[in-house]
Design a protein around this ligand. Sequence first.
Ligand SMILES: [Fe+2]
Ligand SMILES: [Fe+2]
Length: 290
Amino acid sequence: MRLIVLGDLHFSTYQNQAENAARDRFFEGFFRQVAAHKADLVIAIGDTTEGGFVDQLAYQTEIARQAGVDLVRILGNHDAYNLDKSEIARFFLGEHTSAGSPDLYTGFEAGPVRCLLLDTTRSKNPNWSGFVSDEQLAWLGQQIAAHNRGDLPYLVVIGHHPIFGTTDYSANRWYNIEDSRPIQAEFAKLERQPAFYLCGHNHSNSLAGPDAQGWYYVQVGAPLLCHSYGLFTFDEAGARFETVDIDLSDPAFRAASETIRLAQGEGFNGRPLAEMYGLDRDHRLVVPRR
Ligand SMILES: [Fe+2]
Ligand SMILES: [Fe+2]
């Protein structure tokens, strides 16, 4: 089973038509490269759009589909800034219905993997840190207990915000799920290792773990900043994660990428690109099958 994880895409609507044209050119090319892997699942890890508006989500869906990608989105803080979750629910979780409301979260099986998609966002709240409701926490506990009793070899939990103190910047204020302790208490109940927690939000590539309970932490960088995305492979040999560099060899495609990266403004571009891309240790993870 191959799973592609796209970091924060921040699909925006710009005032300048040249920037909108660059956005279309970049995302058409980007999704075509993603589609070429013919992965079983493509998950966009939140902040898929800049403002979570219906027109942005619908247009991004269309560009992805035309390129051959059926995006499965989870919510990021940006997606939840402007509209109620119920208004944009149809663009999230792919074909899966949410296990709760108003938060959008679900679980499903994909080959040897039990996938849990979390919603770590606050709704229409300027606080961009992560938050997980008691209802969702209880559901997560039930899902981990069910995994412990089951026979699938891998558990993969995917949320937009990092767990405090794991991957790069996750100890910074608002760069994490604000109170990560209840989640870690649920994670500690894992009885069958390994398990993976995948996140975005901090825009840099970073790997951490395993911790004492056998959890690996995979933070996938924003493609516009890192020029990469994540690819997981689960097979007889085990689980592997690698970052895939976007092919920027076409000058027009590269120029489009740079145009929209810069159009995202200073906040988005606050750190050097090399720092966001990370080191060798942030790009590859191999966990042999037990
Ligand atoms: Fe983001
Ligand atoms: Fe975010």
